[in-house]
Design a protein around this ligand. Structure first.
Ligand SMILES: [Ca+2]
Ligand SMILES: [Ca+2]
Length: 269
């Protein structure tokens, strides 16, 4: 069972509201939004504040209106402002820390995973009822504001090579080989669909989807690569079966499940 106070959050967009001076002219309306408000209110005073960004999005503001979020509160969702109206000011009211507009979704329905390939330390959550853009997927997973690590190899605490592997030899266009992968003895195409993150110039990294892999030779083929030369560093992530270390996570878009291996400090569930 997940205790209610224990929140997991997927962060897609995260920013603080920039505080702007709220100077009203005669015809402007000022609207208030507060966690303690209600979307049935008129929003026109702190005592009759709206509650949610979702409601703000359904309301058509007029030119030069002012929209104020209560300090100390966190608002979830995406604030959508259009080209019209113009001159809308967004700011804050009340005391305390500046309000946070977190473009994120809280996941609370975690259970121990039943996935046969994963450690029983791993938890999973079905998010099929949530609206996730399949193209975008999930960019980041936070647990109590701590950024988690997309399931990867080598793990972040690997002692050698500072958690990176290095290319042994270039293998044609978009490919390379590494004996360190061959020693893993993974089946062919084990890494297909995972993500390669490789440093291939002094000033750039390339992030590319893996199109095939060969277990016996440690060959990786990716969608687009250049300069994948010996000794350049890389690691592989976005692979479900690589959740084997606390802090790692993965989102399976096909089954709409998020998997997480929580850190000890993030228990209890
Ligand atoms: Ca190597
Ligand atoms: Ca791992």
């Amino acid at each position: 069972m997940i205790k209610k106070y224990f929140h997991y959050t997927i962060l897609i967009v995260f920013f603080l509201v920039t505080i702007s001076p709220a100077i009203a002219t005669q015809d402007d309306n000022t609207y208030y939004v507060s966690n303690d408000g209600s979307d049935d209110n008129d929003g026109l005073s702190p005592d009759t504040a709206w509650q949610t960004i979702e409601h703000v999005n359904t309301f058509r503001l007029s030119d030069n209106d002012i929209l104020l979020f209560q300090r100390g509160d966190v608002f979830r969702g995406e604030l959508r402002l259009y080209k019209t109206p113009v001159g809308v000011t967004i700011g804050a009211y009340g005391d305390g820390d500046n309000p946070v507009l977190a473009g994120s979704i809280a996941i609370e329905n975690w259970t121990k995973t039943s996935h046969a390939s994963l450690s029983d330390e791993v938890y999973e959550a079905d998010i099929s009822s949530m609206t996730i853009d399949d193209e975008q997927g999930i960019h980041h997973l936070f647990v109590n504001n701590e950024l988690m690590t997309l399931a990867r190899y080598p793990n972040v605490d690997s002692p050698t090579q500072k958690n990176w592997l290095d290319v042994d030899e270039t293998a044609g266009t978009n490919g390379f080989k590494d004996a360190a992968l061959a020693t893993l003895a993974k089946p062919d195409d084990y890494w297909k669909g995972a993500t390669l993150r490789i440093r291939n110039y002094s000033w750039t990294y390339t992030i590319s989807k893996i199109t095939s892999s060969t277990g016996s030779t440690g060959k990786i083929q990716a969608e687009r690569l250049s300069n994948q030369l010996p000794e350049w560093g890389y690691f592989l992530d976005n692979k479900l079966e690589e959740i084997d270390h606390p802090g790692e996570w993965f989102y399976d878009a096909a089954t709409k499940k998020v998997y997480l291996y929580p850190k000890n400090t993030q228990l209890p569930f």
